[in-house]
Design a protein around this ligand. Structure first.
Ligand code: 3PG
Length: 215
């Protein structure tokens, strides 16, 4: 399975920052119940690697667990050891690109400019996290990229929410959107798992509204 297959399975990818290992499985199960199939666990907290292992155990096999915020080659190694099934980075360096090439891990590298798309394409990538999507130009930027980078596909992340996800998903060069809006801190604190399931369902319903020609 490559990274495009993963995004096809889950056109909405929750970005999860794990503060509490005790509730991570419930939160992920709530998203799974709402139809989410790919999960990005950001390596931003000390619990993140353990959370990946916990979710690999707790979620059904249809769930694909990835590691996000991979900025160094050693993060990649650690993520694979923890059981990550794909990786995501906010950007790309030569050292990280080299490390990704040496692992058979589907990977979604971050880009934020035309030059970065060109460099990452030269390194063999064709599917990117556009980050931080809203801050660097959002929908008009992606429309502009579709001319010179006709083969590139994107998962915009950063500033995506229930109000604008459909606009992104309607673009032909967008396979999926990512973000943290489906996991509000208050709902996690209250254990409002049904509320989180509802947010996931609403997000995925927008992908159905954003029907576009096959690509
Ligand atoms: C990320 O790492 O992808 C972002 O922090 C997610 O951005 P968001 O919180 O605006 O969705």
């Amino acid at each position: 399975m490559d990274v495009r297959d993963i995004l096809a399975l889950s056109p909405v990818v929750p970005v999860m920052v794990v503060h509490d290992l005790g509730s991570i499985a419930d939160a992920a199960m709530a998203l799974f119940a709402g139809g989410i199939r790919a999960f990005e666990i950001t390596l931003r907290t000390p619990q993140a690697l353990q959370a990946i292992s916990v979710l690999r155990q707790a979620l059904p096999d249809e769930a694909i667990i990835g590691a996000g915020t991979i900025t160094q080659p050693e993060h990649l190694q650690a993520a694979v050891q923890a059981g990550a099934q794909f990786g995501v980075s906010p950007g790309l360096t030569p050292a990280l690109a080299e490390a990704i090439r040496s692992q058979a891990l589907p990977f979604l590298p971050g880009v934020a400019s035309a030059s970065e798309v060109m460099q990452a394409t030269n390194w063999g990538f064709d599917t990117f996290k556009l980050f931080p999507a809203a801050a660097i130009g959002g929908v008009p930027l992606l429309q502009s990229f579709s001319g010179p980078f006709a083969q590139a596909r994107f998962c915009p992340t950063g500033g995506i929410n229930a109000g604008n996800a459909a606009e992104y998903l309607a673009l032909n060069n967008v396979l999926a959107v990512g973000g943290s809006w489906m996991l509000p801190a208050d709902k996690i604190a209250q254990g409002d798992w049904q509320g989180i399931t509802a947010l996931a369902q609403t997000a995925l319903a927008q992908t159905a509204c954003a029907l576009k020609p096959a690509h």
